[in-house]
Structure formats: C-alpha cells, structure tokens
Design a protein around this ligand. Structure first.
Ligand SMILES: *[C@@H]1O[C@H](CO)[C@@H](O)[C@H](O)[C@H]1NC(C)=O
Ligand SMILES: *[C@@H]1O[C@H](CO)[C@@H](O)[C@H](O)[C@H]1NC(C)=O
Ligand SMILES: *[C@@H]1O[C@H](CO)[C@@H](O)[C@H](O)[C@H]1NC(C)=O
Ligand SMILES: [Zn+2]
Length: 436
C-alpha cells in the first residue's frame, strides 16, 4: 500500500510538474576586443532587461556570458555581427545540459556526500544535521535568519574552544550558482574530517560560521521550477524577487543595481527590505571578532575585494589584494585554474549594495573576499558535476593560503587564540598530572 501510494505520488509529481524548460536556449561567450565593444555590451546589459547576462561586461572583461532564448538568438547574433564582436556559442541547448546535471538523494545518517552531484536544500540540511550530531563536541547547528517564505537560513558553527577569531562563510545568495552550495559543504566536510595538518589547524584555530544556502527559497525554486532563478521569491509589483546581493545597506542602489523589479539586479524597495538580508545582517552584526568574511558566487574565476562603487583603493586594499593574489596562486597549483583579482569595480563592474561591502564598511571586518568560482565562459552557472570536486579542492587550497598569507601580513593575530591554545595545553597537563 505504501509502495503504491509512493508510486502514485511520484506519478502526480511528474505530470503536475511545470518546471520551466530551456529547450534551444543558448549560452554565448562573447569576446570583446576593445573598450568600444565593452561599452556596447554594457549598454545592452543595463538598458535591456531582455538578455540574461551571466557575467558582467566589466571594463577589462575578456569574455561575457549571455543567455538567449530561441526567439532572442537572431537579434543578439545580428547585433554582435553588425559590430564585429566575436563570440562563440558554448552551449547550444541549455536544457540538454540541465538534463545531464545530477541531483542525488542523500541517505540520512550516512554523513556522505559524493562530490560528483548536487543536492537539494532538504538534503543539505539533513547532511549538516547529521554532521553536527557526529561531531557534537565541536559543531553547533545555527540559524542565521529567515527567508520570505519563512524557511530558516541554516548553517554550522565549528569551534574547538572560546576566544578564537571568526571566519564567516556566506554562500548561495544567488540561488542558481549551485557550485557555491556544493563547495561550501565540501569545506565543512574538510574542516571536520580531513587528515591534512594545515586543514586540521585551520579548523582548530578559528571559529567557523558557515551558511551554504543563504537564499533557501530561491534554491528550492531552482530545483522545482526554474533552474536559472537568481533572486529571492518575494513578489514585487507584478514581478518576483530581489537580488539579495544588491539589497545590503551600503551604497544601496548607488550604482550597478536596478530599480526595475523585473531586472535580475533589482535592489529591492529599500536597503535591507528583504527578510533574508535583514535577518542575516543582524545575525552577522551580533558576532564579535570576525576576522575574515567570505562570500561565494559563480562564475568567472575572479577573487573580489571591496568596494563596488569605486575603483579607488580604499581601506586595506593593498594588503587584501596581496593576500588574495597569493591565495589564488595556491588555488592554481592543483589543476592550473587561473583567477584574476581586484576590487569589484575594477574586476567586474560597478555594483553596490553587496554583502561584502556592507561587512567591510559597517562592521570593519579586516579581510573580506568574494569568490566567483569556475568557469571562464563555458558552462557558467551550469558547471558540470564532474567539476564539483576539483573546484572544491582548489578553493580549499586557497582558503588555507588566505589564512597563511593573512598571518604574514599581520592578520589573524588575536592574542586570545594563542592564550586559548596555551590554556588548553596547560589544562591537559594538569589533567594528565592528576591522573599520574
Ligand atoms: C530545437 O531546435 C531543433 C533544431 O533546430 C528543433 O528540431 C526542435 O524542434 C527545437 N526544440 C524545441 C522544443 O523548440
Ligand atoms: C564608495 O563607498 C565607500 C564605502 O561606503 C565610501 O567610503 C566611499 O566614499 C565611496 N566612494 C565613492 C567615490 O562613492
Ligand atoms: C594585529 O596586527 C595588526 C596589523 O599589524 C595590528 O594593527 C593589530 O594591533 C594586531 N593585533 C593584535 C591583537 O596583536
Ligand atoms: Zn552571484
């Protein structure tokens, strides 16, 4: 009977599913040769909400990813040809790539993700919960906020003791960037299970606050309705969704964000108008001692530092860039993956109201980085599952190097950490003495 019910339920789910299909939608990798061509692409990106730009036509962009529907393809190609702009079609039929994307079910209590598949929100949450139970002396389940549809924003805190500086990871704020959630889970797994000495030290020496899915409504939507959904799911004047990475209260709607609710960069009706950003920012503000803040996005292989409103080198720009560049050197060692680095405005394009700029300006977090993960124009947000592991490994390598280089530049030097580890050593000595 149960089997029959399940089968019936699956049948209903199948026939009633109205998941948006991307048949014959194509991904273009446009290769501008000069400033004029970049200007033209910028106008197209900012005056025309028709095309879905997967990457921004920044002032030094070597490539720009644009998705076009079957009915847009003719116009886009005509325009590009007219201006002599080079391009390649890297995905002819986007639906075909989506169909190949594997989403595996997670087996409860196995604590085992395979790193060759993506997972649903529920599975990521169950896995985190199982990891927390399995490592209960150092892991706490935490809730960083709530979504418009009232889903909790769940994460894990990893802490080997008090008095440590904090590394905060915020991931998946753009729901279609699936590689970010997967890689964040991998990082959690490494911090809890790796045998590598440096990774173990990184886990031990800091308090880690990690949120793999900060836009849970959007993420659910990408699994059930529209694989390429980017924003949250709050209805807005006839449209749906706010770009949660343009909604933070720093230079809100100043530049590189849209006031048009149908734009993918819609900044919302005011700073922190959205429950996700409002609650998460309050949570972040409540944490003392954040030494490094990381936010994960895809794609383009870029490491960004604050700020997005100006190319001026503000705050500790030079330290941050030096540390970041060295970390990207470490990232490239394993598979040769090359990242470029710079502040948001110089490396991508002017964009304001992002989480990174807010934590930098308002909370004065010493080191703040935004990663744009793999790749450079081929698959974009549809990074094939066989790249989950390599992307995750190289990002983990860079994270260790960020800490290492940060220390060389005088960061991560909170004397409490030293005290804390000395304290635990002396406690151990006392305990040992008692037993001897
Ligand atoms: C996609 O394009 C192919 C070849 O151009 C065509 O045969 C097919 O019908 C199209 N599919 C859809 C769903 O429009
Ligand atoms: C850019 O934003 C930063 C941080 O809010 C601010 O200090 C700076 O004055 C701004 N610069 C310009 C040119 O708007
Ligand atoms: C850590 O290093 C920075 C930069 O050199 C310095 O400003 C700060 O006072 C140091 N903090 C501690 C706790 O030593
Ligand atoms: Zn993003």
């Amino acid at each position: 009977m149960i089997k029959f019910c399940l089968a019936f339920w699956f049948f209903i789910a199948l026939v009633s599913s109205e998941k948006f299909r991307f048949d014959n939608y194509s991904l273009y990798n446009v290769l501008p040769k000069n400033e004029n061509e970049i200007k033209l692409l910028q106008e197209l990106a900012h005056n025309d909400i028709e095309y879905d730009f997967w990457t921004e036509p920044g002032p030094s962009a070597e490539f720009v990813n644009i998705m076009a529907s079957p009915s847009q393809k003719y116009n886009l190609e005509t325009l590009l040809n007219l201006h002599g702009i080079d391009y390649k079609v890297t995905i002819k039929n986007i639906q075909e790539i989506i169909d190949k994307e594997t989403v595996k079910p997670y087996t409860r209590n196995s604590r085992f993700m395979t790193w060759d598949s993506y997972y649903t929100l529920r599975d990521i949450e169950n896995w985190m919960s199982d990891m927390a139970k399995a490592h209960s002396s150092i892991v706490t389940e935490i809730v960083g906020g709530v979504s418009y549809e009232r889903r909790p924003i769940k994460g894990l805190k990893i802490s080997h003791g008090t008095g440590r500086q904090v590394i905060f990871i915020e991931s998946g704020i753009h729901s279609r960037e699936w590689i970010t959630m997967a890689t964040t889970c991998y990082i959690i797994n490494e911090l809890l299970t790796s045998n590598d000495e440096e990774t173990k030290a990184a886990a031990r020496d800091f308090d880690w606050y990690i949120f793999p899915v900060t836009n849970p409504d959007g993420y659910v939507w990408t699994h059930t309705e529209d694989r390429l959904w980017r924003k949250n799911r709050r209805p807005q004047r006839g449209d749906i969704g706010v770009d949660l990475n343009r909604n933070w209260n720093n230079n809100w709607l100043v530049i590189g964000a849209s006031a048009n609710p149908s734009s993918n960069n819609f900044a919302g009706i005011g700073p922190f108008s959205e429950p996700e950003t409002r609650t998460l920012s309050e949570y972040i503000r409540s944490i003392d001692n954040i030494e490094m803040y990381l936010t994960f996005h895809s794609a383009g292989q870029i490491l960004l530092i604050p700020f997005g409103n100006t190319t001026e080198p503000l705050a500790n720009y030079h330290d941050a860039l030096n540390i970041g560049r060295r970390a990207m050197g470490a990232l490239s060692v394993r598979y040769g993956t090359q990242y470029t680095s710079g502040n948001i405005a110089e490396a991508i394009y002017h964009a304001s109201g992002s989480s990174m700029d807010w934590v930098k300006e308002v909370l004065h977090v010493p080191l703040a980085y935004c990663y744009e993960f793999r790749d450079r124009g081929q698959f974009g947000h549809l990074l094939p599952p066989d790249q989950i592991l390599p992307n995750s490994q190289e990002v983990m390598d860079s994270l260790i190097e960020l800490i290492h280089q940060g220390k060389r530049f005088g960061y991560f030097n909170n004397s409490d950490v030293v005290k804390a580890s000395m304290l635990s050593t002396s406690c151990l000595v006392i305990v040992l003495k008692c037993f001897m």
